[in-house]
Ligand binder design. Structure first.
Ligand SMILES: Cc1cc2nc3c(=O)[nH]c(=O)nc-3n(C[C@H](O)[C@H](O)[C@H](O)COP(=O)(O)OP(=O)(O)OC[C@H]3O[C@@H](n4cnc5c(N)ncnc54)[C@H](O)[C@@H]3O)c2cc1C
Length: 480
């Protein structure tokens, strides 16, 4: 019996765990027999939440890297994962299928169906935790209901739960099944993840993708950013954040690897910066927690009162925000950073989100959709929870009346305008406060800086005071 099992092949279905280190799925599958590693691009079941453009560019590079780590043995498929898996099992006679759990509602529904179908065929279907420090169903309040507020979730829930497991070593000699697969397989190129336009060149220029890149980014951050993190993380030009979000999203590094590496540093240096960083890692966990317990959050406000919010429909204003043409330098710098690199600094994400939702009075779902398409770290849990947080309608959200003033934010967090000048180079000739509000510069100053407002750089598209009042009035119009 045992030897029969040993020879059986196990399918390892890679999803958001595109790594060979600390991969519990790979470990479990390897003990079942020789493995067949696969990836399926399933746009069929994803529906409205199929991967956006920037994520696809990242995925292309990441699959390429994983395939290299697997000695070229990764098999790639495209289509309905249920159909593909069942066909594969039939063809290869695999006796087990292993995957790392995902928490998006559409994936949970699909995976349950797949598990049932595999079990009905007598195939062992196994899901593992490769992406979260704490499974969402294990952290509950005393009355067995889920937390809605981050601090008690983290402090009373997570920090009182068993310590997240230590990272697993990479398997030295992965044994691959010899199974030949005949139907449905496609090459990475055939997935057409990279656009024909040169838009993605900016992303490819600034990011090193893959498992090795993620590991060295963590070490680089520990050396150069971690010990100034608590304060530095708010300054977009300070390079004090880890830039690990896309790597964590695609599972090129696990939160366990990050958590325990930072804990090692904490044991040695113990500082507020490290504690603060772990707290941010736990915000990612909290986002997944919210999505798991309230699966409607990508589509509807957590606080139902906001379902009746009087949003404006204004295509022109939305387009100006998307293209970084609002006339507010910090907003435009952020939106252009997003377009050019597939990333935006967290502080700036909060500022541009507040501007869209509160000053422009445009539904947060428009912002969520734009970020979904443009971010390399686009993540259903973190994106929806963060947009709801910014819009004041989420769990433990910033109150709606807290409206960021983009000029004050810019003066505080980019006082020298280093970030602004990087993404709005046409403003480089301006200095001091005028970099943050060019419309207040005298004509001769603008002329000396080579700027004609409305020609080289937009006039501000709205009045901050008037739109602030409008937002507060809209909020007050809601019944409590
Ligand atoms: C409107 C809006 C939309 C966002 N959309 C996403 C998204 O789609 N995907 C995404 O990963 N993050 C999102 N965030 C959260 C945050 O901006 C990014 O995680 C962070 O900027 C990533 O940069 P970093 O890796 O250098 O972060 P660091 O400061 O180095 O933090 C380390 C890690 O902690 C996690 N983290 C940090 N802050 C948050 C947060 N507020 N919420 C959840 N996790 C966090 C991330 O995994 C991050 O990589 C969004 C924030 C806002 C305000």
């Amino acid at each position: 019996m045992v030897s029969a099992k040993k020879n059986a092949s196990a399918i390892v279905w890679f999803r958001q765990d595109l790594r060979v280190h600390d991969n519990p799925t790979l470990h479990a599958a390897q003990s079942d027999g020789d493995i067949l590693p696969i990836y399926i691009l399933d746009d069929v079941n994803a529906g409205a939440w199929k991967m956006g453009g920037a994520s696809r560019v990242w995925l292309h590079q990441s699959l390429h890297d994983l395939n290299r780590s697997l000695g070229g043995k990764l098999r790639i498929f495209c289509g309905d994962a249920s159909e593909i898996l069942l066909k594969l099992v039939e063809e290869t006679k695999a006796q087990s299928v292993h995957w790392s759990r995902c928490y998006e509602p559409w994936r949970i529904a699909r995976d349950k169906k797949i598990k049932n179908a595999l079990q009905a065929l007598g195939v062992s279907a196994n899901s593992h935790n490769g992406s979260l420090l704490w499974e969402p169903w294990t952290i509950l309040k005393g009355d067995q209901t889920p937390y809605k507020v981050y601090t008690p979730y983290y402090k009373n829930g997570c920090l009182n739960a068993p310590e997240p497991r230590q990272p697993l070593p990479a398997i030295k000699d992965i044994r691959f099944a010899q199974s030949s697969v005949t139907g449905g397989e496609c090459s990475l190129k055939a997935l057409k993840l990279e656009p024909a336009t040169d838009w993605s060149s900016g992303i490819k220029k600034v990011w090193q993708v893959g498992e090795d890149a993620a590991a060295s980014k963590l070490e680089n951050f520990i050396e150069n950013g971690l010990h100034q993190y608590k304060v530095g993380r708010d300054f977009p030009a300070s390079n004090c954040t880890s830039l690990l979000s896309p790597h964590l999203h695609f599972g090129e590094i696990s939160p366990h690897q990050v958590w325990h590496r930072i804990k090692q540093e904490e044991a040695q240096f113990g500082s507020d910066d490290l504690i603060h960083y772990l707290r941010e890692i736990a915000w990612r966990e909290f986002s997944y927690y919210l999505l798991y317990h309230w699966p409607h959050i990508p589509e509807a406000p957590f606080n139902p009162k906001y379902a009746a919010f009087p949003w404006r429909h204004d295509e022109q204003a939305l387009g100006q925000w998307q293209k970084g043409q609002t006339g507010f330098p910090i907003i435009d710098a952020g939106m252009r950073e997003l377009w050019q690199t597939g990333y935006m600094h967290n502080r700036v994400r909060m500022i541009v989100a507040s501007f869209l939702v509160k000053n422009q009075l445009i539904n947060w779902r428009e912002g969520e959709a734009w970020f979904w398409d443009c971010l390399v770290d686009a993540d259903l849990a973190s994106n929806s929870a963060s947009w709801q947080w910014s819009a004041g309608c989420g769990a433990d959200a910033a109150p709606f009346f807290r409206i960021f003033n983009p000029v004050l934010q810019s003066e505080k967090f980019d006082s020298e305008g280093v970030y602004i000048k990087q993404y709005c180079p046409e403003l480089s000739g301006l200095t001091g406060k005028f970099l943050h509000k060019p419309w207040e510069a005298k004509p001769e100053m603008l002329e000396a800086a080579g700027i004609e407002l409305g020609v080289d750089y937009p006039q501000p598209i709205l009045d901050l005071k008037v739109t602030r009042q409008r937002a507060l009035a809209a909020n007050s119009s809601l019944k409590t």
